[in-house]
Design a protein around this ligand. Structure first.
Ligand code: NAI
Ligand code: MG
Length: 342
């Protein structure tokens, strides 16, 4: 175990299924017995009405002060309305790396076995710059911004991550055949970083080919290194390979600050019914425990989740079961208590 002082963590419940899955994840994390103190803050559409912005300053202050947050998803209006609260949090806190492991879970049968890859997504620029304008009626431009600084930073992060986590191979993903300048620069930065880490194997693949290869044989991939938009799309694809959005966690990492949230969104189609799968956010909590240096607690929670998933009676409807969010969380907590007693 790491230090025993209290961990102050900012908690952003979000909206849609956010409050349901964050409640479940907090219960499981509390059951580790570690001393957590949760500082709850709101962000999103309702906050917009009150503060005129989906992410008020006090949310950033809280996350900066604590250095760590656990976050539920936040709905973003489509085709109008305010900018994404999720993107704002990542950009403003400079959470430049989005780490999304997709690993087969033995208890969940999918078309694939032995998937064990990590998506590393640049998190601050690309088409998420939010720079769009109407050139003339019927003509719009969206600006894709790629910088040497951000590309080199994410590439070095990926190689450092691979080195520290025993990963052997990094595949940089691009469309530099079409976007010769922007994706060309990204690739050039990946190649520079690759030279600094000769022990890690380095390859490149065009993004459309990657999608085809992923559905044919995902076990051939180790670490995927992508710009923001490709990373967003490919990580949902990878979630589908291992059981869906209900089970894949993620971490947004910056310098001395990290925000842990699942890959999935607010799932309005199932919100408020207590049927969302909290596994993705609980496993994001496991990534948080690792980040805090609580490796033993992290392994125990992960094992408790895998044990609970192997009981068909425990799982939520997305995995073919009938359990509620609360019942699944109960099952994980019960298994965790058994494991900590053992
Ligand atoms: P989504 O990820 O919310 O849902 C896609 C599908 O997966 C839905 O059928 C949903 O029911 C299912 N699903 C997602 N999470 C699940 C879970 N934990 N358990 C069981 N089933 C689950 O994507 P969608 O519908 O495209 O987006 C909804 C909203 O979420 C949008 O406003 C979007 O902007 C926002 N969003 C927010 C994110 C964040 O807060 N980081 C990330 C992605 C989307
Ligand atoms: Mg996404």
């Amino acid at each position: 175990m790491g230090s025993t002082s209290t961990y102050r963590v900012t908690l952003v419940p979000g909206d849609g299924i956010g409050p349901e899955v964050t409640t479940a994840a907090v219960r499981v994390l509390e059951a580790t017995g570690l001393p957590f103190e949760w500082e709850e803050v709101e962000a999103g559409g309702e906050v917009m009405v009150k503060y005129g912005t989906p992410v008020p300053e006090h949310v950033f202050h809280s996350i900066r002060r604590n250095g760590v947050a656990l976050k539920g998803p936040i709905t973003t209006p489509i085709g109008g309305g305010f900018a994404s609260a999720n993107v704002a949090i990542r950009q403003k806190l400079n959470l430049f790396a989005n780490v999304r492991p997709a690993k087969s879970i033995p208890a969940i049968k999918t078309r694939y076995e032995n998937v064990d890859l990590v998506v590393i997504r640049e998190n601050t620029e690309d088409l998420y710059s939010g720079l769009e304008h109407i050139v003339a009626p019927g003509v719009v431009e969206s600006l894709k911004v790629i910088t040497e600084t951000a590309s080199l930073r994410i590439a070095r992060f990926a190689f450092e991550y691979a080195t520290k986590n025993g990963r052997k191979k990094i595949t940089a993903i691009h469309k530099a055949n079409i976007m010769k300048l922007s994706d060309g620069l990204f690739l050039e930065c990946c190649r520079r970083a690759a030279k600094e880490y000769p022990d890690i194997q380095y390859t490149e693949l065009i993004v459309d080919n990657l999608c085809m290869q992923l559905v044919r044989d995902p076990s051939q991939f180790d670490v995927l290194l992508l710009e923001n938009l490709y990373g967003d799309i490919v990580s949902d694809l990878c979630a589908g390979l291992v059981g869906g959005l209900g089970v894949v966690p993620a971490a947004n990492i910056g310098v001395d600050v990290a925000v842990f949230e699942a890959v999935h969104g607010s799932a309005p189609d199932i919100a408020g019914r207590n049927i969302a799968n909290p596994t993705a956010l609980i496993l994001s909590g496991v990534m948080m425990l690792q980040w805090l240096g609580e490796h033993e607690a992290a392994s125990l929670v992960e094992k408790a989740v895998h044990d609970a998933l192997s009981d068909r009676g425990c799982v939520t409807p997305d995995l073919g079961g009938t359990a509620t969010t609360t019942e699944f969380a109960d099952a994980v907590v019960a298994r965790l208590k058994q494991l900590t007693k053992a």
